[in-house]
Write a protein that binds this ligand. Sequence first.
Ligand code: NAI
Length: 505
Amino acid sequence: MSALDNNALVAVIGAGAMGAGIAQVAAQAGHRVKLYDNRPGIAAQAVAGIDRQLGRLVEKGKLRPDTREAIVARLQPEEAIEALADARLVIEAIVENLQVKQDLLRQLEALCADDCILASNTSSLSITSLAAGLARPENVVGMHFFNPAPLMALVEIVAGLATKPAVAASLYETAKAWGKKPVHTRSTPGFIVNRVARPFYAESLRLLQEGAADCATLDALLREAGGFRMGAFELTDLIGHDVNYAVTCSVFDAFYGDFRFQPSLVQKELVDAGRLGRKSGQGFYSYAEDAERAQPTELQSPQTIEHCVIEGDLGALQPLVERLRDSGIALTKRAGNGVIHVGDATLVLSDGRLASQRAREEGLRNLVLVDLALDYRTATRVAISWSADTAVAARDQVVALLQRAGIKVAALADLPGLVVLRTVAMLANEAADAVLQGVGSAADIDLAMCAGVNYPRGPLAWAEQIGLGYTLRVLENLQSSYGESRYRPSLLLRRSHAQGARLHD
Ligand code: NAI
């Protein structure tokens, strides 16, 4: 199936933040674009706004003046919907209301050609419901851009029950031709990104609620150990807690209250208080002019460490060995069960059990657990937790070892799965379930999470890298610690592990 011809007229309805951005993308790709908004003058204002933005790019030398003129000349504001009759593709980005969108689609169906593609930028409504009752529901498809549309590469192409595969395929190719990274998905709650990303917020919110550490420390760990652009608290402060909480509630409700998506009372309280984040001046952090930036807490050690013993294969922790060696620490290697002996302490990668539980079950003295890192060779901070009977002096030997390697150490309460590990395991679990349920392919889901929300690695590729068996064990241990279905492992993880198969085909 081929992309829409460059000569085809594109119409965009709703000239707000998203509509204006989408119109700009289509015009930049060479299409003539008609932009319509039911509030008089808004479409023209939006075109003027795009012109100003492109002007700034010209000033920075990033765009040629004649290219700017050509793009703006292709953008035509319209004051009457009837002017859109000759469009081959209409993308609506109006108010997020099922009834209003359905009425608009019905009007468009009567107005436009029989083969006109009717695309919706909805981020939460069902494409199947939007198309229901139309004469040609096969022409209705989701085209979900991310904000700001000109900058964000991801576009989710959402097929409803009636959507003709050729229509979705043509829109996919069109998005590609517009320089975007499209993915195919089915009309299910949250599509890909807004579903698979839920644990990113949920696990941090839960860790905060359970007293694992403060916001700044947890955020710093997701950034500096996890490689995420932002931690969950700074990100939700930026998104707005009203918006983020509403998305979580809508996905939770849509899945009939599946506890995997359970909203957080901690976030609800912020919403109730009007602490919506940056836009209200206060969320998890204060944005008052005189506010001091909250700093992550860090453990310091009075000890020095020159030597440690590496026993057996450390699994996902193995790259740390290289870092330790490069830091001048003398290493002794011997057979064993994947532990590092540092002075009197035993250091292991968490497997989702509590430190105190693991120490007892495996008879490990002075046990310290370390969290997962995206790349131990470059991580600048990691979390540790320790068993109730671990001596402070032994713990400090681990801290000294990591500090010697240039890694800052954060102390967490003894909670299962620490921060990065449980977040990654839960992201991979949700992604696996989405694959299992045909929401998208493994490749598309990983691409969506990297291109749509800037994850440093696709959750499924990440799980494969640390091992499906290990990811599964972490989830099982989390589930057993909490006794909740929230942490139940996806059947796909279990099956792929049992079959020795890969998630990516
Ligand atoms: P917005 O409020 O900035 O713009 C909506 C525009 O649609 C307004 O200018 C309004 O006058 C116009 N409008 C409302 N009803 C209309 C109608 N019946 N006919 C013509 N124009 C109408 O909203 P925003 O943020 O641009 O969102 C638009 C759509 O995009 C929604 O469906 C939203 O869920 C979706 N979306 C929003 C994202 C975001 O980050 N804001 C991201 C991805 C999707």
